[in-house]
Structures are given as C-alpha cells and as structure tokens.
Write a new protein. Structure first.
Length: 108
C-alpha cells in the first residue's frame, strides 16, 4: 500500500487531493472482501501503457511530477504481495484526469 500511496503523491500536482476509502464488499463466491480505493487527481496513465504497469522493470515507468526517478518495480512488487495474500489489484485511469487504484483482500 505504501507504493500505491507514494505513487499517488508522486504523480499528483502540488496540493493535489488524494482520496482514500475502504469498505467491505461481496467478493468471489460471496465471501466478504475488504476493498481499498486510492484516488488521485494526477497525470493519469496513458491508455497505451496501461497494460504494462504491473510488469517487472515496466516500460510504463515515467518520472514523477517533480522529476522523481522511477525504478519500474514498485507496482510489480505491490501486485505480487497482494496476490500472495489472496487479493487482487487493479486501476482505472484517464490521462490528465487521475488514477484510482483498487486493492481487494479477504476480510476475516
């Protein structure tokens, strides 16, 4: 979650708004799941690279709004970690409008 939050900050303008929300939802087989949403109003992810953001050493890497250097590993490790905890991660993004990352994990 640290990587997702730091990316929201890194790719948002100064004084940009980041919204975080969570709720319990019905997941697969109607089992309760914890759903976390992290929404920013940043630069968004261009459609043509959206399919690569979770790849190791992703070609989708871009510098942050303050010139921060990317590694291409953060979202790869975030996805692997979430999947190891029986969860999933996905996002919705519109270039120049912002991105919302969703993390769903089992609720016990």
């Amino acid at each position: 979650m640290h990587n997702i939050l730091s990316n929201a900050v890194k790719f948002s303008p100064k004084n940009g708004l980041i919204r975080i929300s969570s709720k319990i939802v019905k997941g697969e087989f109607h089992k309760p799941q914890w759903l976390l949403a992290i929404k920013d109003e940043g630069i968004g992810i261009p459609f043509e690279i959206q399919g690569f953001v979770f790849d190791q050493f992703s070609e989708a890497q871009r510098p942050g709004t303050e010139g921060e250097t990317p590694t291409g590993l953060g979202l790869y490790f975030a996805k692997k970690t979430i999947e190891q905890h029986a969860g999933r991660i996905w996002f919705e993004s519109v270039e120049n409008k912002g991105t919302t990352f969703f993390i769903e994990l089992p609720s016990y």
